[in-house]
Design a protein around this ligand. Structure first.
Ligand SMILES: Cc1cc2nc3c(=O)[nH]c(=O)nc-3n(C[C@H](O)[C@H](O)[C@H](O)COP(=O)(O)OP(=O)(O)OC[C@H]3O[C@@H](n4cnc5c(N)ncnc54)[C@H](O)[C@@H]3O)c2cc1C
Length: 504
């Protein structure tokens, strides 16, 4: 008897897999998630995500829950030299930053993953199989086939899916099946990650992140949430990794800030931070996302953020293809758009790593001389542009994430637009588009927003345009000064005439 066919099989139930399952569940697709481990990964990993990622959680309908377990970080990240002078600050934002929330949020990864998993209870058509390991994946004409072992019973199962996304982490099986090579971007450095829970108030511990750029021992300090605090500590030549994770050594390393009387050890683990990117994220019905496709050193707190951006990019494209509104070559734009975008973040993290990880005292002295300690330079990383794909034009804003204005009725834009395309602008221009554009807008459920809010009008006039077209992942597809410009941008909407690419 043939197995039921699902729209999408997701391998891996980490943050990438769980977020993708929520987004696809909302789009009403049938999904199976396969996860080898019995429990959520308990070791310390991500503690920061950004405002754009909060918007993805908002689109997935989970922002209120996620706000209750996370903490907005408003003061940014400080880079201090060995003398404690601030050299550089990655600026924070207000609570109502460009994405309609703070731009930095701190959290405990296992708690976030719990909420993402609970979110799936809303979708009866999303099935989660825990303790199920995918052993092999085969692409086929009409569907892909997965051989899966139920690790509780040791029985094998065969599953069929129209598309399979490998959110299966750094040691990805999917990457091996695709035969994808990995480009090494040069940084591989062991760091000790030391998590504690404070037992009492510890005066003097900052509530913002500090990069201690001390050549004798580079370290990062983070206020996570509640009483959780983290130190990331670079391994130095001559360190004995086994000795380093012993409580006596750990307390000595952080004795400037905290004592064993004030805190208890949650975990101490040595990780090697990598900077790599896979080349070849899709073949036929098989795709990669998250750590399976790229890894970055965590100096910017962007590894998981990139994973969430991957799946936000992929979800609406999979839906358009599976519902027959686009040919499956739309999926080729997933890697072409995402790879340069994530590369920009990895390159910046590597550059910041060069500042933080300087261990030669003379090089550190020269570095410090370059910055004006006491009058630290503030920097904001401008949102990178997607690589070539579903966007058009050479205006600066095109291919980049759009901010989230508050609308005149008090709603945030994303609450109005949901998982749809949107066109925002002056009614006088929107009303003059061609009949062909109207048909496309209707077929793709494009939401028209002619809101009179000051935020939207200011954005349009600042960019000297009359309208802007957004994709379901909130990236700017194009801008328009005239109705004819909007017709041009709207032609990017996946072509309805293309044949439906898959069949059961
Ligand atoms: C010390 C440290 C600090 C970090 N800090 C940050 C930060 O502040 N901000 C940030 O954004 N990122 C940070 N990151 C990165 C972040 O933790 C990862 O990018 C994120 O967890 C990747 O999610 P993922 O879902 O792609 O992969 P994973 O979380 O690794 O999930 C993959 C899942 O796939 C499952 N799996 C694998 N193979 C199979 C198979 N064959 N069958 C079934 N299941 C399978 C695994 O069991 C696992 O559950 C940090 C990482 C580290 C190590």
């Amino acid at each position: 008897m043939s197995q039921p066919l699902v729209d999408v099989a997701i391998i891996g139930y980490g943050p990438a897999g769980a977020t993708l399952a929520n987004l696809l569940g909302q789009l009403n697709l049938s999904v199976v998630v396969l996860e080898r481990e019995a429990e959520i990964y308990p070791l310390p990993r991500a503690i920061h995500f950004d405002g754009e990622v909060m918007r993805v959680f908002e689109t997935a309908g989970l922002r209120p829950e996620i706000e209750t377990m996370s903490r907005p970080g408003l003061k940014g990240m400080h880079f201090d030299n060995a003398a404690g002078e601030t050299l550089l600050i990655r600026a924070g934002t207000s609570l109502n930053g460009p994405h309609g929330c703070a731009n930095n949020h701190y959290f405990h990864q296992p708690e976030l993953e719990t909420l993402l998993r609970q979110g799936l209870r809303r979708f009866p058509q999303v099935q989660v199989l825990i303790r199920h390991e995918v052993m092999s994946i085969e692409d086929g004409q009409a569907h892909a086939t997965l051989q899966v072992t139920d690790l509780e019973t040791n029985q094998s199962k065969t599953l069929r899916a129209r598309y399979v996304v490998g959110c299966d982490g750094a040691r990805s099986l999917m990457r091996k099946v695709l035969g994808t090579t990995v480009l090494d971007l040069g940084l591989h450095q062991p760091w000790l990650v030391f998590d504690v829970r404070l037992k009492t108030d510890v005066p003097g511990l900052p509530d913002h992140t500090v990069q201690h750029c001390d050549p004798a021992r580079p370290m990062t300090y983070c206020n996570v949430t509640g009483n959780r605090r983290r130190w990331e500590i670079m391994l130095m030549p001559g360190d004995d990794p086994e000795q380093l994770v012993q409580p006596d050594t750990l307390w000595k390393l952080v004795s400037r800030w905290v004592t064993p009387e004030q805190a208890e050890i949650e975990r101490a683990v040595i990780y090697t931070f990598h900077s790599v990117i896979a080349q070849g994220w899709r073949k036929g019905r098989l795709m990669l996302a998250g750590d399976a496709a790229h890894q970055t050193p965590p100096f910017l707190g962007q590894g998981m953020c990139a994973a969430i951006r991957d799946v936000a990019n992929l979800a609406w494209k999979l839906e358009a293809v599976l519902q027959g509104r686009a040919g499956d070559d739309l999926l080729d734009t997933y890697e072409s758009e995402r790879a340069p975008h994530v590369r920009a973040f990895i390159d910046l993290a590597v550059r910041l790593g060069d500042i933080i990880q300087t261990t030669d005292p003379e090089a550190a002295r020269q570095r410090d001389a370059k910055f004006k300690a006491g009058q630290p330079e503030m920097f904001q990383f401008p949102a990178p542009r997607l690589g070539p794909g579903v966007w058009h034009g050479d205006a600066e804003v095109v291919g980049r994430v759009f901010p989230q204005p508050l609308l005149s009725d008090g709603r945030r834009l994303d609450a109005l637009v949901g998982s749809h395309f949107a066109v925002l602008g002056h009614a006088s221009v929107l009303s003059k588009v061609s009949a062909d554009t109207r048909v496309r807008w209707q077929a793709h459920g494009v939401v028209q927003v002619t809101d009179e809010s000051a935020a939207l009008h200011t954005w349009l006039s600042e960019h000297d345009v009359q309208a802007v077209m957004l994709r379901p992942d909130r990236y700017v597809m194009g801008v328009a000064r005239t109705a004819a410009d909007l017709d041009t941008v709207s032609r990017l909407l996946p072509d309805l005439c293309k044949p439906v690419p898959v069949s059961a």
